[in-house]
Structures are given as C-alpha cells and as structure tokens.
Write a protein that binds this ligand. Structure first.
Ligand SMILES: [Zn+2]
Length: 338
C-alpha cells in the first residue's frame, strides 16, 4: 500500500491538494484524478481512500494497521465502495445504481463513505447520468474519487460537478522512485523505469526474466577494465537465450538513446544516464554512442532475418567499450553483424 505522502515527489500538485484537504477535513465531495496511464491515478486514489478510512492517521498518512486500514486492504470495509469496469471493459448503469443505493446508507465505521470509480470514463452516458444525481446531491459525507486517463470521455456535467486534479506525466526520476517504493532493487529501478515507466507489474516481469542480473552483467562488460575476452564471454552467455539477448539489447538501446539525448541537452529528468553502465564511455566517447545507436537501429531492422544474437551482442559491446578501434564498416547482407 502506498502512503499519500509517498506520492508527493511523483505528483506534487495533486498530492498536495489532496493532502491539504485530508489534513483540514475540508474535502470536495468529488474528485476526478486525470492523467496519462503512467501517472497511476489509481495509486493516488487508493492512498487517499485509505487515509480517509484510517482510524489512527499520522498527519495525512494511513497507519496501515488499524481495523479501518486492514478492512480496506482486505476489501471488506463497509464504507469503501469500489466500482471497476467489468470483463467487457464497461461500467454498466446497474453498477452505478448499486453504488448510489449503498451510498444512501449511513457510513458504518468511517466518518466518510468513499466511492472509488476506477476508469470512470468507461461509464456510458446512461451510467454517467445515473451517477449525476448523486454527484449533485451527495448523501451525507460521501467522497467520490474518479480516475481516468480519458478525461474528455466524461460528460461535461460530471466534470463540472467534480474537482479535476490533473496528474502530470511521470518524470524518469518519479518512475524510478515508484519502482523502488514497490520493492524493485535500486540498481535495477533506473534502467527499468526507462523501459516501463512506473509500471510495477511489467518491471517485476522483467526482473523475473533476469533483468537485474543482465544489468549487472552488462555493467561488468562495459567496465573500463573489462577485457575483450570477458566481453566475448558475456555476449556468448547472453546470446545463448533469446529472451535474455532481447532484453539485453533493449536495455542497451534505451541506455544509448537516453545517453545521447542527455548529451544533446535533453532535460535530464526525462532521460537516464546511469552512472554505472554507460559511463565512462558515454561521457568521454560520444562517437561510440552514435555508432552504437546506429548499429542497434540496423539490428532492429534486421530482426526479421533472424540475426545471430551472440554476434550482435558482441558487436554492440565491443563497439561501446571502444575495443573495435575505428567505427566498423556497417553491415550489409550476410555480414557477421547482420
Ligand atoms: Zn489506519
């Protein structure tokens, strides 16, 4: 469970607005948390819901151990009502009628009844209209938390009766932090955030495929002290399995792309330049980055030709490590890098 204050670095504006409201008890009756998928509006909505039902809050953060917190976490809190799209991806009018019926009942254990509507834009107009009456006259101390990645799909009437908090696209640092908070090891979080943003599930899947070990292996192969033999061994090891080779090439691709972007003045918060595994080559030998980037692009295009994975990795790593002397001739046809 994410605590509300944990999200202040990732979504400073929205988190501050919600924290101020929770702290003062002066809450708007309906919030729309709107932003791109990687902004993860649902995590923010759930953190707020938890703070609202917690019986032993410390400032704005839920304690995670009181009965209120435990019931919310186990999905059995009587005052926390959750509506999500069904199997077909729709929120049907019946689900909204059920929700509004339950909201009409008094809060049982918490000062607020909290209605959380995930992907609220999946309500069709009829469902949104059914919600509208309750939004206009919210019963008792009900608080609505609607999340959406498609704010414009909500009816203007729904939007105008709610307070919209816009979530910013997550910065690279924000995404890295989100992964670390979710338990992704720190040394892997930065390169993985470059690949998957703050998508914890995808990052975990990549870890399950050995991403952390691949990152360590690549870092070793690119160390200034690495010998050509060591690099060839790494290439052979990674190249032996298709999935590991693909992940290694993807990590190299993103790393090189970002290192180049940083050199060209890109906002360093939108790119990552790992101190570990592209330095010092990236810093002192930009021409290697450029050549490597070109080589990686060619490999992408050649993918349909079933390239030799070990030789591809060999070429990239030797090039990046400066072991190939001048930029090698570009592969054509059946060259060893193709
Ligand atoms: Zn609590």
């Amino acid at each position: 469970m994410t605590r509300l204050s944990d999200l202040s670095a990732q979504q400073p504006h929205a988190t501050q607005a919600l924290a101020t409201a929770v702290r003062s008890g002066r809450l708007h009756h309906a919030y729309i948390l709107a932003g791109p998928p990687e902004a993860n509006a649902d995590r923010l909505a759930l953190a707020v819901a938890q703070s609202l039902v917690c019986q032993s809050r410390s400032d704005v953060d839920a304690c995670e151990t009181c009965p209120g917190c435990r019931k919310l976490l186990s999905g059995s809190h009587p005052d926390f009502l959750r509506v999500e799209p069904d199997d077909k991806g729709n929120i049907a009018i019946d689900a909204i009628r059920l929700l509004t019926g339950r909201l009409a009942l008094k809060a049982a254990e918490s000062p607020h009844k909290v209605a959380y509507l995930r992907d609220a834009d999946q309500m069709n107009p009829a469902a949104q209209n059914a919600l509208l009456k309750t939004l206009e006259e919210p019963p008792g101390s009900s608080i609505f938390l609607l999340t959406t990645t498609r704010w414009r799909s909500l009816l203007p009437t729904v939007r105008s009766r709610s307070l919209t908090l816009r979530l910013a696209p997550l910065t690279r640092q924000g995404a890295t932090q989100a992964l670390i908070q979710a338990g992704i090891p720190e040394q892997s979080a930065q390169p993985l955030a470059a690949l998957v943003g703050s998508d914890v599930e995808r990052a975990q899947a990549m870890l399950a495929n050995g991403a952390d070990e691949i990152i360590v292996t690549l870092t070793g192969a690119l160390a200034p002290t690495a010998t050509i033999d060591a690099i060839l061994k790494v290439a052979a090891d990674l190249g032996a399995e298709r999935e590991r080779a693909d992940l290694a090439l993807t990590l190299l691709e993103v790393g090189v792309r970002d290192a180049l972007a940083a050199r060209h003045g890109a906002n360093t918060d939108q790119v990552y330049v790992s101190p570990l595994w592209l330095a010092p080559h990236a810093e002192h030998f930009p021409e290697r980055l450029v050549a490597t980037g070109r080589r990686l692009q060619q490999l992408r295009r050649a993918k349909a030709m079933n390239p030799n994975r070990t030789l591809s990795l060999e070429g990239i790593l030797l090039l990046l490590a400066g072991k190939l002397g001048a930029e090698p001739s570009l592969p054509t046809g059946s060259s060893r890098f193709a």
